[in-house]
Design a protein around this ligand. Structure first.
Ligand SMILES: [Zn+2]
Length: 229
């Protein structure tokens, strides 16, 4: 049975997404969540419609000598028009890309399909495997596979940690997260994510800074830090 998605991005974040103010990597995590979440699809659509309405109002009240604004709007329109055939091509090809890891096949949300085709080599450590996705910023973006009954050592975050569950389930001290759930952890949130004994998990992970592991000797955990970033 499919579980309802419980962890969504805030409306403020969805607004910034629609306005295009987020970095490419944070946008990617949001776009992938929206692919999986009918609730946020509807909300994003409403936000986009509101923005379009505001834009039309602004244009009506703008004097005709505002050449920059006019040029920008023309350029924006050209870009949108020329994007359309590409978007249609993607839809009509209907190629749902999937990914293989540890002899398991996972289907990916549309937003991740193109990028994940050029993912890095899978690195394995214990029951965990990670493959980086190419990124244009200094964020670290990766696919993270956690096999059943595996615990990621307790850590805190030096920056932002976004985790989108793509398949399966993870639990930590704060709750249980199913496919589509988006977890956003900020510095000082400490948690120990783990899978349950009967189900593995694939996530998209976006990190703005390395994780900081809390238990054991820091120098022993150093390789772990590099593994995740
Ligand atoms: Zn949502």
């Amino acid at each position: 049975m499919a579980h309802a998605i419980k962890f969504h991005p805030s409306t403020a974040l969805l607004e910034q997404f629609a306005e295009g103010c987020l970095t490419a990597d944070v946008s990617l995590a949001l776009a992938a969540h929206i692919d999986l979440c009918p609730h946020c699809q509807q909300l994003s659509q409403d936000i986009t419609n509101d923005l379009a309405g505001q834009f039309v109002e602004q244009r009506v009240t703008t004097s005709s000598t505002d050449w920059d604004a006019m040029l920008n709007s023309v350029l924006a329109q050209t870009e949108q028009t020329s994007m359309k055939p590409i978007a249609n091509a993607v839809t009509s090809s209907n190629a749902l890309q999937s990914i293989m890891v540890s002899q398991r096949e996972f289907k990916l949300p549309r937003a991740l399909q193109r990028l994940s085709a050029s993912h890095g080599k899978w690195l394995h450590l214990g029951g965990i495997a990670t493959a980086t996705l190419p990124t244009s910023s200094d964020h670290h973006v990766s696919l993270l596979y956690i096999s059943k009954g595996t615990e990621v050592p307790q850590h805190t975050h030096l920056g932002l940690e976004m985790t989108l569950v793509l398949s399966g389930k993870i639990v930590d001290e704060n709750g249980e997260y199913h496919a589509g759930d988006l977890l956003i952890n900020s510095p000082d949130d400490t948690h120990t994510p783990r899978t349950l004994p009967d189900e593995d998990c694939l996530c998209l992970s976006v990190l703005s800074a390395p994780l900081q592991f809390k238990k054991g000797l820091t120098r022993l955990l150093n390789p772990l830090q590099q593994f995740f970033f």
